[in-house]
Design a protein around this ligand. Structure first.
Ligand SMILES: Cc1ncc(C[n+]2csc(CCOP(=O)(O)OP(=O)(O)O)c2C)c(N)n1
Length: 278
């Protein structure tokens, strides 16, 4: 039997609408994909904690009707870790901007990956600090203009997939807002995974990034994103020359062997208590 259509408003605090995002902001596509993925899981929304830091992206939990926490800039993963350790049976989801996740929150990002705690981190990568006026971030492409790189960025950008993999995340996927269905699938994969999952969503901030890089129109910026991405299955049939400058999308890494952090902690507590009892 076909699944019933998603009742998006059931998962939202309608009284908080209209939202604060710019018209055409890609975060709307991502939030829709996240809600649809949660609906696919069939979870009770009371069993979900949706956590964020600070930024445009981080306003998302405010519109969601579930357990939500709007924390401090860069620290969402630390609060989320506390929730998961205290209530390991609950589902903990974090949404972050690229600055929140990889600049001020970069340290927490790598250590959450290393620990392999069962949290799903979704990074809305718009290549810039959107909320504070368009300062460059660790994912601003080389050569791109930002408020703080008016002559072009000379820092190389982080590859979030490689960073997450290298630090130990056990499910890593990348999608883009030109394909919401794919994002839904990747988020669902992360929610299904028992361990730390990272889903990067390439998205448009035409207001802060696009405006400075000849893409002030959301469609133009989404077309730019589309022109840069290639699915990892399609990439297999392409030559290195054709792949030059392309960003791969898809499920990029999975590992179901490594132990999950809360499980390890529970075993440790059990072991220590058994020793004390003797
Ligand atoms: C400790 C601290 N430092 C700086 C800020 C200012 N600040 C708020 S949001 C933000 C950047 C947001 O960029 P990003 O995380 O990429 O999210 P976006 O707004 O693009 O979604 C900064 C620097 C802050 N709120 N707290």
């Amino acid at each position: 039997m076909a699944k019933a259509p998603v009742d998006y408003l059931y998962y939202m605090r309608a009284e908080k609408l209209p939202h604060m995002w710019c018209p055409g902001c890609g975060v709307g596509v991502l939030v829709k994909a996240i809600i649809a993925a949660i609906d696919d899981m069939g979870w009770d929304k009371n069993d979900i904690a949706f956590v964020s830091g600070i930024g445009c992206t981080s306003r998302a939990p405010g519109y969601m009707d579930m357990n939500t926490l709007h924390t401090t800039h860069g620290r969402a993963l630390t609060f989320a870790t506390g929730i998961k350790m205290a209530q390991p049976t609950k589902h903990v989801i974090v949404i972050s901007g690229d600055g929140d996740a990889t600049a001020i929150g970069g340290n927490h990002f790598i250590h959450a990956c290393r620990r392999n705690i069962d949290i799903t981190l979704i990074v809305n990568n718009n290549n810039i600090y959107g909320m504070t006026g368009g300062q460059f971030s660790p994912t601003t492409p080389y050569g791109a203009r930002a408020a703080t790189t008016p002559y072009g960025n000379i820092d190389p950008a982080f590859d979030l997939v490689e960073l997450a993999k290298g630090a130990g995340a056990t499910y890593v996927a990348r999608g883009s807002v030109d394909n919401g269905r794919m994002l839904q699938k990747f988020v669902r994969g992360g929610l299904n995974h028992h361990g730390f999952s990272v889903i990067e969503a390439l998205t448009n901030c035409h207001t802060q990034f696009g405006r400075r890089n000849k893409m002030a129109d959301p469609i133009k910026m989404i077309e730019w994103i589309s022109s840069r991405v290639v699915s990892n299955t399609k990439a297999k049939k392409m030559t290195p020359e054709e792949l030059k400058g392309k960003i791969l999308t898809g499920v990029m890494h999975t590992d179901t062997e490594r132990p999950e952090y809360c499980d390890e902690y529970a075993h440790l507590v059990e072991w220590v208590q058994s020793k004390k009892a003797k």
